[in-house]
Design a protein around this ligand. Structure first.
Ligand code: NAG
Ligand code: NAG
Ligand code: NAG
Length: 277
């Protein structure tokens, strides 16, 4: 079938990649359970061992992957068991198939993901404001990574204190959630830090921020779960990216690139985000 040349191409690309990927930065902190593959020093041969390298940083430290890896143990909202098995291999080469073809099933708000206005407004959902309608210009461009004070949720007071200049359109808020490594814990933790309603309202009314990123499953603190989402999404101008992986990156200005899947009719989507210096 037509699969064969494609498969060959993919395999070749993989082999090429393996011989050139042993650049994982040792300076970058190890993420539990996802330790970078050990690479033998350059010139040591050894690229005939088929061991892929997994990385958080690319391009000599210029590109940071700020999406979480999908694993069975990653947390799911309100669950103690993580997302569980989400990937199968219904067609496998070991069982005589021409190629391996896996299949996945996950809620659209799993792992690093984006919320569309239809998430909390039923009339927006019905009108079709799904993830396919999100503005890629908002999701891609200059972004500020800021550290939020660790002793409270994001209130109007905190927003004032952060003093984010007018004109800044994309902000990734790093919180206590990152220090507590909540995204690496299987059990959902409702004590995560997020926006209180007044913080969301203040941001919408007093800043130019249109992309709000945060480091746990919801931008809204658990106590203000729906009210904060309503404040953010009512005008259909702000895009919310949740469960970003912001570990070990200096605060400051970056280029962010976030791309949701074009899931027609879906109010959420997994999203791959990177930061570039
Ligand atoms: C195909 O799937 C099998 C498991 O059935 C796995 O061991 C093998 O590595 C896969 N092959 C490729 C080319 O991915
Ligand atoms: C291959 O098929 C057998 C029998 O249907 C099944 O038990 C086994 O799990 C399959 N193995 C893989 C790798 O898909
Ligand atoms: C943030 O709010 C949650 C409830 O939504 C609470 O459990 C948590 O302690 C608060 N965090 C801080 C740092 O105040």
């Amino acid at each position: 079938m037509t699969m064969k040349p494609l498969l060959l191409l993919l395999l070749c690309a993989e082999v090429l990649a393996i011989s050139s990927v042993c650049l994982a930065s040792t300076a970058y902190p190890t993420v539990p359970g996802t330790a970078a593959t050990d690479c033998s020093p350059a010139g040591g041969g050894g690229d005939d061992t088929l061991v892929p390298t997994r990385r958080e940083v690319y391009g000599d430290g210029r590109i940071f992957d700020i999406s979480h890896r999908y694993t069975t143990n990653m947390p799911a909202f309100l669950s103690n068991d993580g997302i569980g098995q989400f990937l199968w291999l219904p067609h496998s080469m070991k069982n005589g198939s021409l190629a391996n073809n896996s299949e996945m099933k996950i809620p659209t708000h799993t792992g690093t993901h984006v919320d569309a206005p239809g998430h909390v407004f039923d009339h927006y959902f019905d009108a079709g404001f799904d993830v396919d309608t999100l503005d890629l210009e908002v999701l891609n461009g200059l972004a500020l990574l800021v550290d939020v004070p660790r002793d409270q949720n994001i209130t109007a007071e905190v927003m004032k204190f952060l003093n984010i200049p007018k004109g800044v359109r994309r902000v990734l808020f790093r919180t206590l959630n990152t220090d507590r490594r909540l995204m690496f814990k299987k059990e959902f933790d409702s004590s995560y830090v997020g926006f209180m309603r007044d913080g969301a309202k203040w941001l919408v009314e007093n800043t130019d921020i249109k992309l709000v990123g945060i480091d746990y499953l919801s931008v809204a603190a658990f106590d203000d779960l729906i009210p904060s989402h309503l404040e953010f999404l009512e005008r259909r101008e702000v895009i919310l990216v949740e469960a970003l992986k912001l570990d070990g990156i200096q605060p400051g200005l970056y280029n962010v690139h976030c791309l949701p899947l074009r899931l027609l009719g879906a109010e959420g989507s997994p999203i791959r985000c990177i930061l570039m210096t």
